[in-house]
Design a protein around this ligand. Structure first.
Ligand code: FPP
Ligand code: MG
Length: 346
């Protein structure tokens, strides 16, 4: 049931007694339910026509609930100017979540990851070929949802986002096991991999909510900064968190030869340059021992604290992008989302 927000007299609306997650999702709870129903519908033969064997596998990959951050952004942003999310907005929110799901199916295949969100991945269950083609199916379906917005501008932006996602993932593979990744390359890569879709989620909400062009640009910046913070923190959690909390393996990036911000900063400062270089250039048999040495050098340096500081700077920038927008429960939820992403432990 929708809760009524109460103006707190100090510039914010409040859902009294609600926790952070509730305050973020409640303004769009019913719309998100429609998005979730659309996603479940992708596996049903009457909507898309796959035979039952595919249908069952699709249903399985679509059933694992994620955080639904991207569709929540599209929906919340679309309400900033007082409009109720219409069918086109629900379709766009569905498209961004489906694209995200498709990219994770592909990513887990590329990474040979066994678990995601605490469940076995598609590639683990059925092998890489099936997983890639299931991902393609979801990915193509996401595009049909964007077409239903009838906006060439959004279709174009969505297509660019897909190209950026693929470029980010390609660069990650091409740069793996190389010591050449620097901060600039890393930031470009995480824009492509993550901030691009966050930015598109926010921008499309602003276009469909009929915000003026200045506001559309502010929301694009909001999505960009939130997405950059999200990926920096994701990369930090790979060093700091545990598989139990995250629902996926940790200490995974360096083990796969991928340098993310903590490693890059610890190399830059000289604290881990020798240890990481020894690990990255070692014969395969020596890697497990040298991985521990490199990992400890990174964790023992100041790089984790500095990575968090960089994420916090992106979070502050995201919050600043919301300042020019009219006060509303949706704007407050978008502010709250920045805190939620900053503090997430999973
Ligand atoms: C997860 O990052 C991966 C992404 C955010 C993007 C993956 C993109 C592709 C596979 C491009 C191709 C996709 C399509 C549909 C064209 P991560 O590996 O850093 O995070 P993780 O630890 O959660 O796996
Ligand atoms: Mg991955």
């Amino acid at each position: 049931m929708r809760k009524t927000p109460v103006w707190d007299g100090q510039g914010r609306y409040q859902l009294l007694g609600a926790d952070a997650k509730e305050r973020i999702y409640t303004p769009v709870a019913e719309d998100l339910d429609e998005v979730i129903a659309n996603i479940a519908g992708v596996a049903e033969s009457e909507t898309t026509g796959p035979p039952p064997e595919i249908e069952a596998r699709l249903a399985q990959v679509l059933a694992t609930p994620g955080k639904r951050i991207r569709p929540a952004i599209t929906l919340l942003v679309s309400k900033l100017w007082g409009r109720v999310p219409d069918e086109r907005t629900i379709k766009m929110a569905t498209a961004v979540e489906l694209l995200h799901i498709a990219s994770l199916i592909h990513d887990d295949t590329v990474d040979s990851a066994d678990t995601r969100r605490g469940h076995a991945t598609a590639s683990n269950l059925w092998g890489g070929n099936i997983a890639v083609l299931l991902g393609d199916f979801v990915f193509a379906t996401s595009a049909t949802f964007v077409c239903d917005t009838n906006s060439v501008r959004l279709i174009r932006r969505f297509a660019q986002t897909i190209a950026e996602l693929s470029r980010g993932e390609l660069n990650e593979i091409l740069e793996s096991w190389s010591l050449k990744t620097d901060r600039k390359k890393y930031l470009e890569r995480i824009y492509d991999k993550t901030a691009s879709l966050f930015s598109t989620s926010a921008e499309s909400g602003a276009v469909l909510g009929e915000g003026d062009e200045e506001s559309v640009a502010s929301l694009r910046r909001y999505g960009y900064n939130l997405g950059m913070a999200y990926q920096v923190l994701d990369d930090l959690l790979d060093y700091e968190s545990s598989p139990e909390l995250l629902g996926k393996p940790t200490a995974n990036d360096l083990a796969n030869g991928v340098l993310t911000l903590p490693a890059i900063l610890a190399i830059e400062s000289g604290d881990a340059s020798e240890a990481v270089s020894a690990f990255m250039t070692a014969p395969v048999a020596d890697r497990p021992r040298l991985l521990t040495v490199a990992y400890d050098a990174i964790c023992g340096s100041d790089a984790l604290r500095r990575s968090r500081q960089i994420a916090n700077d992106y979070i502050s920038e995201a919050m600043r992008s919301l300042e020019p927008l009219p006060p509303s429960p949706s704007r407050d939820a978008l502010v709250e989302l920045t805190d939620y992403i900053r503090d997430r432990q999973f």
